[in-house]
Design a protein around this ligand. Structure first.
Ligand code: UDP
Length: 342
């Protein structure tokens, strides 16, 4: 349990969407390093049962909107806090089917909040996103940046942030809303990783192209106003993200007040730099083509992560893009025989 303080309460932590990408890494850290009893609620629409690798983790296969299942969890286990990941995250799909996003990302978590209220559980950690800011007006972005999302995905998360603020004011239900920048990488031992279907993210697609699983990776625009013409993003390692959730829980357990904060490294890498780093890590060239800009992609997104450091004592440790890609490559090649597909 190195690195984390002694548990202050004995209850269990409910992790919704705990079989997904960031969820599964957080479950592992909560269970294996921080000594929590963990109950995972996941409908396995995008999650993977095999991503739950820690002993002693309870798994409930159900949807977060299933009031009966949620109530049963709260009546069976002494749930002391909720870490909420379960959400849809495809920006393009949110534009073509906004109701799907508002139903799942905004309305469905009400079930969790109602159960928390009924059972006196007052700690909630939200997986939120820099997409709640919309187009950047100033880089790096601080938490006081205006929140004007440019797609329903960002709106669906921003509304949940708003609901959480109101729940604090009305019921004393405290929350930490964590706004991730670009989640990336895989567990350091290669046991669990990033397995989206469809996969839209840059790093896994670059590595899939190297492996020949897809013909090539398309670079979405090379005429942006950046040094090399490609978009710059703040890639933050999934293990660092997982640690932030544990720190946020510890913070609320110590009586901390609700707040929202960015999770990023504070530095950016361009698409071209990611590709160069992938070539250095894999020793192979990345088959690529230059395509059109993807709609809604701002040239640059970089976090100012200083609030997370100030309030949670958190800062990203794995900040070298090559190291991040190395962990993803290790998992994709099943270094531990751990790669799952279902
Ligand atoms: N990108 C790209 N080709 C891809 C996927 C992504 O050029 O196949 C670019 C995308 O335009 C963005 C960056 O890579 O500038 C990161 O995109 P990703 O989808 O990984 O994360 P996002 O920033 O959309 O959350």
């Amino acid at each position: 349990m190195a690195g984390f303080p002694h548990r202050m309460s004995k209850g269990a932590i409910l992790v919704s969407g705990g079989a997904g990408y960031i969820g599964s890494h957080t479950v592992r850290m909560l269970a294996e390093e921080a000594g929590y009893q963990v109950v995972v609620l996941d409908n396995l629409v995008f999650g993977h049962r095999d991503a739950l690798v820690s002993e002693g983790v309870t798994f409930v296969e159900a949807d977060i909107s299933d009031e009966v299942a949620v109530e049963e969890i709260f009546s069976t286990y002494d749930i002391d806090g909720v870490v909420h990941f379960a959400a849809f995250c495809f920006v393009g799909e949110s534009v073509t089917d906004p109701l799907k996003y508002y139903a799942n990302n905004t309305a469905a978590p009400m079930t969790l909040l109602k159960a928390m209220r009924n059972h006196g559980c007052d700690k909630f950690i939200l997986s939120s996103t820099c997409a709640t800011y919309g187009d950047p007006q100033k880089i790096p972005m601080t938490e006081s940046h205006p929140q004007q999302p440019i797609n329903p995905y960002g709106h669906s998360k921003l509304m949940l942030e708003r609901i959480l603020k109101d729940c604090d004011g009305a019921y004393g239900l405290r929350s930490v809303r964590l706004r991730y920048f670009n989640a990336s990488g895989c567990s350091l031992d290669g046991l669990i990783g990033e397995d989206h279907e469809p996969e839209t993210h840059l790093i896994p697609n670059v590595l899939r192209a190297v492996k020949g699983e897809i013909g090539s990776v398309s670079v979405f625009g090379n005429d942006y106003p950046t040094a090399d013409g490609t978009c710059i993003r703040d890639y933050v390692h999934v293990v660092d993200l997982a640690r932030a959730h544990v720190s946020a829980l510890n913070y609320l357990e110590s009586g901390g007040e609700s707040f929202s904060c960015n999770l990023g490294t504070g530095k950016g890498a361009s698409v071209k730099e990611v590709i160069d780093a992938a070539e250095a890590v894999t020793g192979k060239s990345v088959p690529l083509e230059f395509g059109e800009r993807r709609e809604g992609d701002p040239p640059e997104l970089i976090a100012d992560p200083s609030l997370a450091k100030q309030l949670l004592g958190w800062e990203a440790e794995i900040t070298d893009i090559k190291k991040i890609i190395e962990t993803a490559w290790c998992w994709m090649n099943g270094a531990q025989g751990g790669k799952y597909r279902d």
